[in-house]
Design a protein around this ligand. Structure first.
Ligand code: FE2
Ligand code: FE2
Length: 286
């Protein structure tokens, strides 16, 4: 059986052969058109089948992709939960409530957003900030929960928590844990270079460290601890302003005061439970 391409070539030869009469050439042209139409139809059929196969492959890939995305989301959420729980463990040992780390995370998020970090970095810091004191897990209880001032030696041991926290988690190549390691390592560094553990200054301190430092100190100053009662807002604000360019990044202090309403709304929303409970017991006994 002659195939289409043989017929087409044959007809073309006839059409361009000047020895063949016009009528035969006309027939050849018609035959040629017929063959083209037939080939076209076959091509269309093949393309349609190809399309169908491609669509099927695409749909199968799409389902697999959705499954992988779902799994990734789950892994990310699990990571965030584990990181948050680890963070609360550090704070729990020093008799902090889980609310402290939540507040620090939210203050950090506000500061990061208005400082100008993008949404993904802001989210990363929000989830990493609760890990800032993870190293406290390794600090002896007698030092961690000592009422009153620490001796110079005790304070040296206490300071180790920044380096220890970093060493606990710096092996991972996961962005969330990398951010958490930075926060644990640098949240006690000071803008003027007098902080610890490395005495970094200004921009040498990662922005995550600078932000968490301010969020943590602001929350700690207002909270009651084993060794102190909470400061008044007036005293806290005066201290933060006075420490602008010394302990804290001056740009961040401006961001803090420019967005104070939002920060105080978080503090109001997430008050420490024991204070709420105390208020509750008080109202019951009255
Ligand atoms: Fe700390
Ligand atoms: Fe803290």
């Amino acid at each position: 059986m002659t195939n289409s391409s043989d017929i087409i070539i044959n007809r073309m030869e006839h059409i361009f052969n000047s020895d063949i009469d016009l009528n035969t050439r006309k027939e050849d042209v018609q035959e040629l058109l017929k063959e083209f139409k037939k080939t076209n139809k076959q091509l269309y059929k093949i393309l349609k089948i190809g399309d169908k196969i491609q669509r099927k492959d695409y749909m199968e890939l799409r389902v697999k992709y959705d499954e992988i995305e779902e799994l990734n989301r789950e892994i990310e959420n699990t990571q965030k939960e584990v990181v948050f729980t680890m963070g609360t463990m550090g704070e729990f040992r020093s008799h902090e409530t889980g609310l402290h780390v939540r507040r620090v995370a939210l203050y950090s998020k506000i500061l990061a957003k208005y400082y100008g970090l993008g949404p993904s970095e802001t989210d990363l810091l929000f989830h990493a900030a609760p890990m800032h004191d993870i190293g406290k897990i390794a600090i002896p209880d007698a030092i961690l929960n000592k009422p009153g001032k620490l001796t110079a030696d005790e304070f040296e041991i206490m300071k180790n928590h920044a380096q220890l926290g970093y060493e606990m988690i710096n092996d991972s190549d996961r962005p969330l844990l990398i951010a958490a390691a930075i926060v644990a390592h640098e949240h006690h560094e000071k803008w003027d270079g007098t902080g610890y553990p490395r005495g970094l200054k200004e921009q040498e301190i990662h922005i995550y460290g600078r932000i968490t430092a301010l969020a943590d100190v602001f929350d700690a100053l207002g909270s009651k601890r084993v060794y102190k009662s909470g400061w008044s807002d007036e005293k806290i604000f005066a201290f933060l302003k006075e420490q602008s360019g010394k302990q804290f990044d001056p740009t961040l202090i401006n961001v803090f005061f420019d967005n104070l309403d939002e920060i105080l709304a978080v503090r109001d929303e997430l008050q420490d439970k024991d204070e709420e409970e105390k208020a509750h017991v008080k109202s019951k006994s009255v």
